[in-house]
Structures are given as structure tokens and as C-alpha cells.
Ligand binder design. Sequence first.
Ligand code: C2E
Ligand code: MG
Ligand code: MG
Ligand code: MG
Length: 297
Amino acid sequence: NVDTAVNFAKKQGRNNFQFYTEKLSDDMVRRLQIENGLRRALERGEMQVFYQAKIDLDSGDIVGCEALLRWFSKELGFVSPVEFIPVAEETGLIVPIGEWVLRESLRQLDTWMRAGLPPVRVGVNLSARQFREAELAGKITAILEETGVSAELLELELTESMLVENADEVIQSLWALKGLGITLSIDDFGTGYSSLSYLKRFPIDELKIDRSFVKDIPDSIDDMSITKAIISMARSLEMKLVAEGIETDEQWEFLRDNGCHVGQGYLFAKPLPTSEFFDLMERRRSANDDHGSENEG
Ligand code: C2E
Ligand code: MG
Ligand code: MG
Ligand code: MG
């Protein structure tokens, strides 16, 4: 019986080991496929930028949008940015890809405005790797000039972790970007380790409350307290607030009633391909035009 037990354990151990190595090599294969795919994704036209509306929580107006990258790989199918952005960051491929997202979304904004849409600010996610590039402000200036879009219409979404190292250098880079007229926003706020008093040292215009705090409203009393605290402190520092991931009316009401200005989430609109986002904006505009003429009449 001892023998059987030992054999059993060995067998289990071997199976676990086999399972472990198979899992590991599957992950490694996938990671390599993504890396190789990413190297050619732009030239093969596999990347697209989708746009998600940002809504004024009081009026319901669209006050901006966020550019979100989508990769439709010929070999791998749709790959989520949650999976490929980290690989793009590790390999440095995020630098050309991120530059493409900036150029593409500003070019798109210019096209929309030429088609008669009111200007809205577009938020572009910036990765730590791009932020560390010495020539970032210069590159952005060049893209703004090339697309003819005013810097006031560009917002950069940064993460807390970018502010932690080399604070002095970071403050300099942020001032350089702000000097151009760009809006600076902290994405996923609350998931990192920075406090609001620490953030005060940086020229930040806006905080985006992470979806993890929003998703359990109104069930989680804790998350509601945290959210309220973030809102009231950010307001006292005169920062604008955006809540991510609003999916229900209760969440919308709670955030609005507690002083959050702007929201983003499936309740209002999912990230949409260019033409659908254009249609959404167009519909809103004609709804507003009707309103306007009613009031005038
Ligand atoms: P993020 O910047 O925090 O973007 C918000 C994410 O939440 C997006 O996921 C969006 O589709 C999702 N979302 C929005 N509303 C809702 C909602 O109501 N419910 C739920 N469940 N999700 C919602 P997505 O597009 O998959 O992007 C994931 C992350 O990938 C982004 O998080 C951002 O960190 C990164 N990312 C996306 N595009 C880019 C890019 O061009 N450059 C860089 N560096 N990162 C990007
Ligand atoms: Mg973002
Ligand atoms: Mg976010
Ligand atoms: Mg997030």
C-alpha cells in the first residue's frame, strides 16, 4: 500500500510537471506569435483605432472620446490590447505603434471636423516606454502640425506608475507637454500606489477613476466610499474627473450625484469603429439641433 501511494504520488507529480511544462510552452508559443505578428501588424493594415465616447454626466452630451487600439491579426484573429500591449511594451514595438495611434486618431479627428462635426477632445493612451522617449514632445508637435489639429484637442492618458520614478525628470516632461496645450490625464486611478498629495506635484488636469471601483456600485459600500473620497479630493485639487466602466443607471446616478463630471462605459457607448462613432456623433448633433430650434422657436 505504501508502494501504491508512492507510485500514485510519482504519477501525479509527473503529470503535474508535464501539465506545467505544456502550459508554459503554450504560453511561450503564443507570446512569440504575438511578438512576430506585432512586427508586421501595421504594414499589413491589421491595426484599427476604435473610439469610445466620454459623456457629460449631467447633460448626457458627448464631450470627448478615447482612442482604443484594436488588432485583427490574419493568423491569430482578434487579439485584445490587454494581451498585446504588454508585449509591445517589452519589445519596444509600442513606440512605432503608439506613434501610429496618435497620428491616426488626430487625422481622424481632423476628417470628422471637416465633415462638420463639432470638435471633441481625443484621449490617447501613452505607455511608459513612449513616455521615456527623449523626443516625445518633439514627435507630438510634429504630428500635431502634420494633421493640423490644435493641441487643445489632444489628451494623453498616463498611468500612475509613470510618475513614480525620476519625479524631477517626469515633472519636466509633463510641463513640456502641457506647454504645448495638451491635457494630461491619469488613467486607472486608484490601482497604483500614488496618493493625491503626491500627484499634486505634477501638472495633471484629470483623473480617471478605475473601473474596478465602479463595477460593484451600488453593492460594495467600500467601493462607494473610496469613489466618493477620490471625487472630493480631486475636486478640491481642481482636477477634472472621469469615471470608467459605467454599465448601469445606478452607477451613473451615484457618480453624477457625488460630483463626478464625466463618464465612459457600455451604458453610453462601446468603443466603436470610425464610421459608427461618426454616426453616433452625427445623431447627437441632429438631436441637439432639433432642441436648439425648439428653444428658439
Ligand atoms: P484603458 O485605457 O483603461 O481603457 C479602458 C478599457 O475599458 C478599454 O478596454 C475599454 O474597452 C474598456 N471599457 C470601457 N467601458 C467599459 C465598460 O462599461 N465595461 C467594461 N467591462 N469595460 C469597459 P480595451 O479597449 O480592451 O483596452 C484595454 C487597455 O489596453 C486600455 O485600458 C489601455 O491601457 C490599453 N490600450 C488600449 N489601446 C491602447 C493604445 O493605443 N496605447 C496604449 N499604450 N495602450 C492602449
Ligand atoms: Mg485609457
Ligand atoms: Mg482607463
Ligand atoms: Mg482601466
